[in-house]
Design a protein around this ligand. Structure first.
Ligand SMILES: *Cc1c(COP(=O)(O)O)cnc(C)c1O
Length: 489
């Protein structure tokens, strides 16, 4: 019997029994809602149990097990997230998501739209989102952008535009061999910038890491010296990358000064604003971001401080023309038309590396349309206040030490213990963080500040309450004696 004959002639992969499917879908929705409703309860992080891991180590199925069994398995996975939906998730930089985004994801899945191009409803939603974002950051009206997976990809798109402009777009055909392009950023910049240099064929060594001042902002004098030295040595400086919200401590470069240097030195100015750029939503933070509107490009995330459910980020490029010249390529089978489904020009495929693209923009639109920027901004501001509060509590405690000034929404500190040297303190603080995570009380992460391990509390979380700062510190107090023992072993 031919393979196709084993299955009913009608129906493809759609349910045979729609009523049963509808009931299962409603159950799944209920399970998802229960999960989200109880986000504040229980452990921050619960590792996946061994026997559940086993259910994801099966051979490739020739025969499917059917929708009911699959729905059960999906529901079983729900409690085992990374923990970023919990109010005391403080690790790395994660947004905490919203139940409202469940609606967007259901609608997006039902539409199953491909946003590479063409003229259909979803495209208008993404355009609306980009218009809003342009307005938010005071970018030129004719600037262009793209909703992407996150800042890492947005950075590649922005810096490819910078690279190709510097080489008169010849690099699109000829590559960058021998161009000796170099760019500049601070030592505090996220690793995705060096990765973009690598991906773009420039090599990560071509990204010069400039030292920072006492507030962890790029040292402007050192930046100017580095540019001069590179020019004298025959390099071709082409870009400077400012940081709005550095990943370690949340510092924001003096973006106006960076813009001045970029203008004077004829450099492309890019800003990594992954989480910090959305500080524009807060009246307190906005003045610190002055100069951002002068950037040639900006990369930031909706899934961090806007709490859009993973994943959604964005690239904005002030010159639509330069952006399009960097990516546009329309072979015959993607030819545009002025009417019909192939209309709606230019297409997103002309602004980035992806042809097929999902409908991430719907989650973003939903979040902004439902809550409005004032409310989201109030959450941003509240998080900054909580970091300041934690900094004060740390300052007031004899056995805690602040490792960096609280710049935005991040507080880095460490536990001190009489008789322990720096190496032993590093081990102790590493152990404390692991223990907090394993106990499920709170989930900060660690980083190094001036070479020493710091407990890093990043608050990009609309569920966090002020009292969570005290819960964190009393949990640390409780577990330190145990951890000291372990760290000493
Ligand atoms: C998270 C982050 C990135 C990377 O963004 P993704 O969305 O994870 O790709 C880059 N820079 C900073 C400052 C970040 O916080």
């Amino acid at each position: 019997m031919a393979q196709a004959d084993r299955y009913p002639a009608q129906g493809g992969l759609d349910p045979q029994d729609w009523d049963a499917f509808r009931a299962r879908a409603h159950d799944m929705l209920d399970a998802a809602l229960e999960q989200m409703k109880s986000a504040e309860q229980g452990a921050v992080w619960t590792p996946l149990p061994e026997d559940t891991k086993e259910t994801y180590r099966t051979p490739l199925p020739r025969e499917g097990k059917g929708g009911e069994a699959v729905a059960d398995q999906l529901a079983q996975l729900l409690p085992y997230g990374v923990g970023n939906t919990h109010p005391r998730f403080f690790g790395w930089v994660h947004g905490s998501g919203t139940p409202g985004n469940l609606m967007a994801d259901i609608a997006a899945a039902a539409l199953n739209a491909n946003l590479g191009g063409r003229d259909h409803g979803a495209m208008y939603v993404e355009k609306q989102v980009l218009d809003w974002v342009r307005e938010l950051f005071d970018f030129p009206e004719d600037s262009s952008g793209l909703v992407v997976s996150g800042t890492s990809v947005a950075t590649v798109i922005a810096l490819k535009t910078a690279r190709d402009r510097a080489l008169g777009w010849a690099s699109r055909k000829e590559g960058v061999d021998g161009a000796r392009l170099v760019g500049y950023t601070s030592e505090q910049t996220h690793s995705c910038v060096a990765r973009a240099f690598d991906i773009l064929g420039l090599g990560s060594d071509a990204l010069r890491k400039i030292p920072t001042d006492a507030d962890f902002r790029i040292d402007l004098e050192a930046l100017t010296h580095a540019i001069d030295a590179d020019r004298a040595a025959g390099y071709h400086p082409f870009a400077v990358i400012g940081t709005a919200g550095a990943v370690n401590v949340g510092s924001i470069d003096d973006l106006s000064a960076v813009a001045d240097i970029a203008a004077k030195e004829n450099l492309w100015m890019h800003v990594d604003g992954a989480f910090g750029a959305l500080g524009v939503l807060s009246e307190t933070v906005r003045p610190m971001l002055k100069g951002l509107e002068r950037a040639d490009s900006l990369a930031f995330d909706f899934h961090k401080w806007m709490h859009v459910n993973y994943d959604a980020g964005c690239v904005l490029i002030s010159s639509e023309e330069e952006h399009r010249k960097t990516f546009s390529e329309r072979p015959e089978y993607l030819k545009a038309a002025s009417r019909g489904l192939a209309a709606g020009n230019p297409w997103p495929v002309e602004y980035g590396p992806e042809l097929s693209r999902g409908f991430r923009a719907l989650k973003v639109w939903t979040q902004i349309a439902e809550h409005g920027t004032d409310r989201i901004g109030a959450m941003v501001e509240r998080n900054c206040g909580q970091a300041v509060l934690l900094g004060k509590l740390v300052d007031a405690a004899d056995d805690l030490e602040l490792m960096a000034p609280v710049a935005l929404n991040i507080c880095c500190f460490r536990v001190l213990r009489a008789g322990l040297d720096d190496t032993a303190l590093d081990a102790l603080n590493e152990e404390i963080v692991i223990r907090l995570q394993e106990d499920g009380i709170a989930a900060p992460s660690t980083t190094k500040i001036h070479g020493r391990v710091a407990i890093r509390v990043n608050i990009t979380n609309h569920r966090t309450k002020d009292e969570d700062m005290e819960i964190l510190l009393s949990a640390i107090k409780r577990i330190v004696p145990d951890c000291s023992q372990e760290a000493a072993e």
